[in-house]
Design a protein around this ligand. Sequence first.
Ligand code: UVW
Length: 304
Amino acid sequence: AIALLCTFAPAMAQEADWTKSKWGPADEIGAANYITPELVVKAAQLVKTGKTYPLGIETNSKTPAFPPRGFKLMVVQPGQAGIEGLGPNKATYNDDIIEGWVGVGSQLDGLGHLGIGHVYYNGNKLADFADPNGLKKLGIEKVPPLVARGVLLDMAAMNNTDVVKEGTAFNRAEIEAAAKKQGVEIRQGDVVLFHTGWTSLIGKDDKRYSAGEPGIGLDGAKYLTDIGVVAVGSDSSALEVMPFETKDLFPVHQHLLAKTGTYILENMNTEQLAKDKAYEFLFVLGQPRVTGAVQAIINPVAIR
Ligand code: UVW
């Protein structure tokens, strides 16, 4: 019963003392607590056509990433050099090795990613949970399946452009205006994605892609966490507007991850959803459950 009460705790109560989660001192999953079986059933009812959308972009050594991050894939044939195959039946196989950072391409930021003065979600001090072999708390393996109602806000359409200009902030007024224009409501338990056209720059103008971006501002982040969304994502590398609105660095990351336990989805492939005007859909994410990982390279799926 206590767990049930916590699940329905009003979204607004979070920030009073951000180091104390409203879901209790042991909580490690933050806004994923908003997901209930009832909301999953409701979200599944949004599936009408069976059309599926991969929300991950392709990831490879050329994918621009936040420095010094990089990524390399190696394909190997272990024990097969110079032979036709293994055993009398000549069994052959390819394996692969990733030598790279996890924060490359389409990614989920876990709650252990960004903190405030080395304090992270639910007051966890880095010294108490950091380990070079994997976080002892807030690891990505703890994140339950993120299955929710997805909402797309097409900020490119709102701005009458294919690619929204870098430095354009989406705050409460812009978010409300986009939702109103599209006739969608943002609700507790939703995953909200912003389409800006920014990932279309990858491979065409990587310099511009990495130098700044349109994205949500702090007031927009607060508006969404007051509603009680599970995750916020966009088709840009950091979700939040850059240059930042003030001298503070990554304030939206701090508000979402550290203060309110709200997940961040970066470099989402929102192009086709926007083309189809698919503003509401079933969102499904089962991330790789690497023990103690901070982030995950992901390919969530939108279904409508
Ligand atoms: C940082 O916030 C440092 O990285 P990312 O945008 O990948 O979450």
